[in-house]
Design a protein. Structure first.
Length: 637
């Protein structure tokens, strides 16, 4: 049970911008606010764009829910197309020991169920089309049979067809996901099948029916003269389409209100009814050929349509401006500044951008690490918390707490929406005190644009890291870890030019390892590589600030820097000899590290190049090297 003075209920749904979900959630919110309870809706837009990887990213928001933080949950699992996720949600509610309320679902007898009679209403619709309008060939657009509502409506259709000895041809049935796009796809499938056009198309919901009518009208067919179309839900759009859709009126708002009332009663220790049944009634109008039902308030309808169009135009303009500015952002800070600039258009109390701890994981010299797909990192950050009072952030909070900052008071309504790129989880959004996620047709588009912009920032960070790594590989010797010849030339040129400008002397030491071939021949090339690495470490330790060192060739090294006087030559070569001796004592090998060094210091004279000065240092080293004997390189055992 949640530990706070205000009741807090979770609502779990998908596609909350559609009218069915809108109506149910409106009822839940109104009831909760009346009781001063908080509502948190976890919502996705899965199953909308027919992309499996994208759906994984959308449905992942349900993995965030910490059911123990709530006093109960309303489960609109009939809107979620993923059967495994439905099971996981139900299991989560049961494990937390909180009451759950289904809408038109009997997946678990331990939960409460607000039930609207689907079967009788669908029977009456199909019966009406057959008996009153003489339809004999009927196509059917179904929701997914994993959905209990879709299954009940489909079975009612089949039963009535059988009663009238009509064939329910499987080729004339299209299974969708209750989304509007499914109606269009169903009609295209029917038209391309080569079969005669049916007398009627019965659809399992209004969204698919309206889309089917638009597609038929686009193809040149008249409704209902050429074909009858029916829906289910009696949505606002169905009542005001032309022709008005024959459908089923369901008390969706009342169902949502009852669901919240049931949770409040259960949370208060009462014993509400386990199953509450609400009735549904067919509405026979123009799309089946029945008498037109005149709208009683045409002026209100005109105003509503105007508001929808104007709001959509405004939202599109905002979305376009935001997309344009996000394209210019190159850092996380710039990206968040652009997002915050447009959040006031959401008319919300607060909006949080919450990111996974590893959201910006990038290339670090090896293979990129596996990224987050399922669930969320244990700790999250909220780099952007926008409110009417100002902008803030939270560096770290646990994902189990869900909110980066605790809710204050009761009557809060929050929407949790997934932030992802394809299946890659980046984080989530929290919008509190706004109907934007439900009422705007562009909420989904805006969320996708923001998600894509954050992924672009991540990729830019990744690309910069890769460029840095490639640059490092170009200038660093992989064996010795100091500059190679490329790196030396690039850095030495800057030092040379600085000495040329300041007239400071340039110091160059050329170092050649003694006896590398003997070490390789006697102890192997792996030991030879070790000796080179140790010598490089000694050379690096000898460099003072402002000096650089490099592996110039196979066993040749160089030190270069701004000098002062000849005393610095003596000091450098003394440091080198001392550290070399110390290194031999540390590694305790059967051979001695040995190297010849020649150091040259002089101001840069006109016509003298850096190569000339390196050649001079090389010659000085070579003179010293001739005085040594190879026999001294190996210890006698």
């Amino acid at each position: 049970m949640a530990e706070h003075p205000y009741r807090h209920f979770a609502v779990i749904a998908a596609g909350i911008d559609e009218e069915y979900q809108n109506s149910v959630i409106d009822g839940i919110i109104d009831c909760a606010k009346k009781a001063d309870a908080n509502v948190t809706c976890f919502a996705s837009f899965g199953g909308v764009i027919s992309n499996g990887k994208y759906d994984i990213g959308e449905y992942n928001i349900y993995n965030l829910i910490n059911y123990k933080k709530f006093d109960g949950a309303v489960l609109l699992t009939n809107t979620i197309c993923n059967p495994e996720m439905k099971k996981k949600i139900i299991a989560g509610v049961k494990a937390a020991g909180i009451p759950g309320v289904f809408l038109d679902c009997e997946d678990d007898p331990d939960f409460y169920n607000i039930k609207i009679d689907n079967i009788e209403a669908m029977r009456r619709i199909v019966q009406h089309v057959i008996v009153e309008h003489g339809a004999r060939t009927i196509n059917y657009i179904s929701g997914p049979l994993s959905n209990p509502e879709a299954q009940a409506r489909y079975e009612a259709f089949l039963h009535v067809m059988a009663e009238h000895r009509l064939i329910a041809d499987a080729r004339r049935v299209y299974f969708g996901e209750f989304r509007a796009i499914d109606g269009e796809r169903a009609v295209e499938s029917f038209l391309n099948s080569g079969m005669p056009l049916p007398d009627a198309i019965v659809s399992a919901n209004d969204a698919m029916a309206l889309s089917a009518m638009r597609r038929l009208q686009k193809a040149g067919y008249t409704i209902p003269d050429d074909i009858i179309v029916t829906g289910f839900d009696d949505t606002y759009s169905a009542r005001h389409y032309c022709p008005i859709l024959t459908t089923v009126s369901r008390p969706l708002y009342d169902a949502g209100y009852k669901a919240c009332e049931t949770l409040l009663a259960a949370a208060n220790g009462e014993n509400p009814e386990k199953v509450i049944s609400l009735s549904a009634e067919p509405v026979f109008t123009e799309s089946c050929g029945c008498k037109r039902v005149e709208d009683e308030d045409f002026i209100a309808y005109k105003k509503s349509v105007f508001d929808v169009i104007e709001n959509c135009r405004s939202d599109i303009a905002i979305l376009n401006r935001m997309t344009s500015e996000l394209a210019e952002a190159e850092t996380p800070e710039q990206n968040q500044a652009v997002i915050s600039k447009f959040l006031y258009h959401l008319d919300c109390d607060q909006c949080c951008l919450c990111l996974c701890a590893e959201w910006n994981s990038t290339f670090h010299g090896g293979a990129a690490e596996d990224y987050q797909i399922y669930g969320y990192t244990k700790t999250m950050s909220a780099p952007l918390i926008w409110s009417k009072d100002g902008i803030g952030s939270v560096d770290s909070f646990t994902s189990s707490s869900m909110f980066p900052l605790p809710l204050e008071g009761g009557g809060n309504v929050s929407f949790f929406l997934p932030l992802h790129f394809r299946e890659r989880c980046l984080g989530y959004y929290i919008i509190t005190g706004s109907t934007f996620p439900m009422k705007s047709m562009l909420c989904h588009s805006m969320m996708m644009n923001i998600s894509n912009s954050i992924e672009n920032i991540r990729k830019l960070l990744h690309l910069n890291n890769v460029i840095s790594e490639l640059d490092r590989l170009y200038v660093i010797d992989p064996l010795c870890g100091i500059y190679n010849r490329n790196g030396f030339i690039r850095e030495a040129d800057q030092i040379y030019r600085k000495c040329e400008d300041t007239r400071d002397p340039l110091l160059i030491s050329f170092i050649d390892m003694d006896g590398l071939k003997i070490i390789n021949d006697s102890y192997g090339h792996k030991e030879g590589d070790f000796a080179l690495q140790r010598l490089a470490a000694v050379i690096k330790e000898c460099c003072l600030p402002g000096q650089i060192c490099a592996r110039f060739g196979g066993d040749e090294f160089i030190i270069l820097g701004i000098g002062t006087n000849e005393d610095e030559v003596v000091a450098l070569e003394y440091r080198f000899a001392k550290r070399l001796a110390d290194q031999n004592h540390i590694i305790n090998k059967p051979y001695e590290l040995s190297a010849s060094i020649g150091t040259y210091i002089a101001p840069i004279e006109p016509g003298v190049t850096l190569f000339n000065m390196i050649t001079t240092a090389d010659q000085m080293m070579y003179e010293k090297k001739k005085k040594k004997k190879t026999s001294r390189y190996l210890r006698k055992e």
